[in-house]
Design a protein around this ligand. Sequence first.
Ligand code: NMN
Length: 332
Amino acid sequence: VPVSELTEAAAKAELGPLRQQLTQWGKEYYEQDQPSVEDYVYDRAYQRLVQIENRFPQLVTPDSPTQRVGGQAAGQLAKVNHEIPMLSMGDVFSLEELADFNTRQQASLADHVEYNLELKIDGLSLSLVYENGKLVQGSTRGNGQIGEDVTANVMTIKDIPKQLPEPLSLEFRGECYMPKEAFLALNQQREAEGLPIFANPRNAAAGSLRQLDPKITKQRQLATFMYYVPNFQALGITTQAEALKRMRELGFQVNENSLVAKDESAINDYIAEYTAKRDDLPYGIDGIVEKVNDLATQVELGNTVKVPRWEIAYKFPPEEAATVVREIEWTV
Ligand code: NMN
């Protein structure tokens, strides 16, 4: 039934099982690193939840998946409190939706908006904290407020600087991922050893970073792309593009395929370019991220309870074969 035709009673009846299903899929994905469905199946169910809640805002509950980030910090790893919450990201699934999002966003702003476009690396978010230039803590996002302490594990990741060239006391955030080649080799090895294989590079990265034994993480060839400085004021920078440049100078890995776009046609060209190049990259991407480039404007736009209003992900359409084979019916 299209959402526009739902009665409130029918919406209410659908919301319970829909939220339960998404919560279950979320647990499998965020906490167990073992998703049972493809992302687009999850995304489609999530979009329906968003649409129903938009139509019947009185039915929104505080425990709805639309109101919270990720999963619980699980397992025996120590917990870390995120002083600045690690949020989720809104997403759109077509160029039209993206243009609508931009139009609405720009209507609330006085000045012309420039965007920084970045690839959406298919890994998991990572926070790195430095004190006087020394790496002192690594943590996962968890539920956004409380993440998992993976300090011993990040110490084994080769491309993460353990010492910065400047005595900064600052947090940096980015994505931890497993390169495609490392993922294929890992699964081959696991198969040969009779172990269960990982569903995709994202889950392999998450499973490898969230280990109790850093020796296991060390064998897994994890890599990072850093993309965010929560306390950017400390660096005296004013744009996201500068943040990327500074992080690169500090020795972090920063993805080289970002672009400052001034208008819709530049945005659409970028999306077309990476939709075509996606399979040739040595790491997985599941979309592109568009960020308001001016950092003061980001602060002005702020966040919802779950996502920043200054960034949005455009997600690539699922591969056609997968769509046909995996039609999953989750509605009641
Ligand atoms: O956790 P955030 O930052 O909101 O990211 C959501 C992403 O995680 C989306 O790309 C979504 O497709 C994916 N996801 C997938 C599953 C699944 O079961 N395949 C579950 C939860 C999230």
